[in-house]
Design a protein around this ligand. Structure first.
Ligand SMILES: Nc1ncnc2c1ncn2[C@@H]1O[C@H](COP(=O)(O)OP(=O)(O)OP(=O)(O)O)[C@@H](O)[C@H]1O
Length: 581
């Protein structure tokens, strides 16, 4: 309070001029006398403490400058009172410890030594530039023995800094970057008809496995197999799951087109790595997206483990959990031990480093036919530098059409263009079912549907019949989109346009497998055309050929189609009745 008052004191001349002008002038005079008394006492105390320093300072520097120096330092150091980073001495003052000691030297209500150096009449730096309550810290700064040295260092200090900090530094901007293993993958050629590697060129593969391969008509490795099998065998050379030098082997990611032989690329090395094992354990776990694919891969494992003591179990949730557990316990004795070597195989492997990081891969290595990674050149020279690689023998088309003409287009493709094995995808099992009923009602086509409407046994039977050529047109949901390897699929029809690029890649990948040729037709409504084509272009997919089907071309099918439509309505009503009953 006293400081506040003094700070606003207008000066001795003003007080004299005021003369007998009432109580206010008297109060000013008393205040000034009190201030002068306090100032002189403070000066005495100061001289007692540091006589030499005070003398020198008084003779060389103006009072205002002497005052400002400690105040600046105080303000900087006291920016975060009590913060853990603040120097210890300052913190104690902010906590009131030193401030209390200081005030003991003064009478209650007396101004601090800081104010005592203020020239009368001169606006107090304390009052004009400081908030009330900063008093004690100001005093403490003045009392610091190493004032000038600290002042130099303290100038541009950042709040909370203990040492250094001679200038404010801008926080460096973090740039996103691709990890090296993603940016520089092991390049794999993707032409499975040209870049074959004869089996005998990779002698590390066990002779029994080579024999099995030959027995199943395989005389050469596809490029992805030629690249991945030796790499995995090398990591298993010192024992299963022990890499070179006894260290844990790297995890592996493999990105290669659909139908390029990824299954054998892991089946062969995994079987070989386990051949020497005597104790029965679950040593390898293969996780697949659908039951049908799990069955398919399990079949391949069975072929190559047939003449070995190794056993393969299939867990698809088709039997009860107890039974599936029992089958595992009978064949094995315990769960795999950590650490596992992770192997990831996909035609649409994510290139998002954050997502890959979530998988917790250990020093991963990438084998890729994709050219999206920086620094890669188009090794095949076909200009396909998209996000995902497509099979070389695949041709992409799209057919602009209306909603009502879609079934006619499918019928035209099957009947008029002479494809014998067609896989047609819809976006829901309801759509699949309706299209199936419609084509069935139209007649003349061996048609079947594949969706969750059917049980696992029926689904297996349908796939078998399709493979045997007993079904000309299989209408399916995305249940068959991933990994299903049916020989001889000539045409894939996207009756409903897929929403995502990945879905497109997997669907069309059911044809043009293992170096064969195939065609993919996507039916697009006018409203879908722009978005869909842009999605594929942005992903760098090969250009889709526009395939216009004029109404003239479809006209001959229309009379039968209209009959089929009315039959469809009756079938749907009948089904509803049955469901309600
Ligand atoms: N070296 C080979 N020689 C001849 N045929 C092979 C060879 N390797 C694999 N195949 C055959 O190629 C077909 C496709 O193989 P596979 O199913 O492993 O492909 P994929 O890359 O896993 O495809 P997707 O990504 O669709 O799952 C299979 O029929 C398989 O038998």
């Amino acid at each position: 309070m006293a400081l506040f008052y003094v700070a606003r004191y207008p000066g001795p001349d003003a007080a004299a001029a005021a003369g007998p002008e009432g109580a206010e002038a008297g109060a000013h005079g008393r205040a000034r006398a009190l201030l002068e008394r306090l100032q002189s006492r403070a000066r005495e105390r100061q001289q007692q403490r540091e006589p030499a320093q005070t003398e020198a300072a008084a003779s060389t520097e103006p009072a205002t400058r002497r005052r400002r120096r400690p105040r600046r330092r105080r303000r900087v150091n006291d920016a975060e009172p009590g913060s853990p980073e603040a120097p210890q001495g300052k913190r104690r003052k902010a906590d009131g410890e030193d401030a209390g000691a200081e005030s003991n030297e003064e009478a209650p209500g007396e101004p601090s030594a800081g104010s005592s150096e203020e020239a009368p009449g001169e606006p107090s730096a304390g009052s004009s530039e400081e908030a009330p309550g900063e008093r004690s810290t100001s005093a403490s700064a003045e009392a610091a023995p190493d004032g000038p040295a600290l002042e130099e260092a303290a100038g541009p200090l950042v709040p909370g800094l203990v040492l250094g900090g001679f200038g404010k530094r801008k926080a460096p901007k973090v740039q996103p970057f691709l990890p090296r293993w993603l940016a520089e993958p092991n390049c794999v050629r993707r032409n499975v008809t040209e870049d074959l590697v004869p089996i005998e060129d990779i002698p590390d593969v066990h002779p029994d496995l080579q024999k099995q391969l030959r027995a199943h008509g395989i005389s050469s490795y596809f490029p992805v197999q030629a690249a991945v099998i030796p790499a995995l065998l090398e990591s298993a050379a010192c024992g299963f799951l022990v890499g070179r030098g006894g260290y844990r082997p790297s995890d592996l990611c493999v990105s290669a087109p659909t139908g390029s032989g990824k299954t054998l690329a892991f089946v062969i090395p995994v079987v070989q790595a386990l051949l020497s094992r005597v104790v029965c354990h679950i040593r390898a776990l293969v996780v697949l997206p659908t039951k049908e694919l799990a069955q398919q891969v399990s079949k391949v494992f069975n072929i190559y483990t047939d003449a070995t003591p190794l056993r393969v179990s299939l867990v698809t949730g088709q039997k009860s959990l107890a039974k599936e557990q029992e089958s595992l316990v009978q064949k094995t004795t315990c769960c795999p031990q950590m650490p596992l070597q992770k192997l990831l195989f996909s035609a649409t492997l994510t290139q998002n480093p954050e997502k890959l990081q979530q998988l917790g891969l250990h020093q991963p290595r990438l084998f890729s036919t994709g050219l999206a990674h920086r620094g890669l050149e188009d090794t095949d020279g076909d200009g396909d530098s998209g996000k995902y690689a497509f099979p070389v023998g695949l041709t992409h088309h799209y057919v602009p059409c209306s909603l009502s003409s879609k079934p006619l287009v499918v019928l035209h493709l099957v009947l008029e263009m002479g494809f014998s094995r067609v896989l047609c995808f819809t976006n829901s099992r309801e759509n699949s079912h309706r299209l199936f009923l419609l084509v069935q009602a139209f007649g003349g086509v061996d048609v079947a549907e594949f969706s969750s409407r059917y049980g696992p046994g029926q689904r297996r039977m349908i796939l078998k019949q399709f493979e045997q050529g007993k079904i000309q047109l299989l209408i399916s949901t995305d249940a068959t989109a991933r990994g299903i390897d049916v020989q001889g699929v000539e045409l894939v029809v996207n009756y409903d346009a897929p929403q995502y690029l990945r879905t497109y890649v997997h669907r069309v990948g059911r044809t043009a497998r293992a170096g064969k040729t195939g065609q993919a037709f996507t039916l697009l409504l006018k409203v879908q055309e722009r978005r869909f084509l842009r999605m594929l272009t942005e992903a760098g997919a090969p250009e889709l050929q526009r395939h216009e089907l004029s109404s003239k071309l479809l006209q001959p099918l229309v009379p039968r189609y209209e009959e089929a439509l009315s039959q469809l309505e009756e079938s749907v009503k009948e089904e509803r009745k049955q469901r309600a009953a």
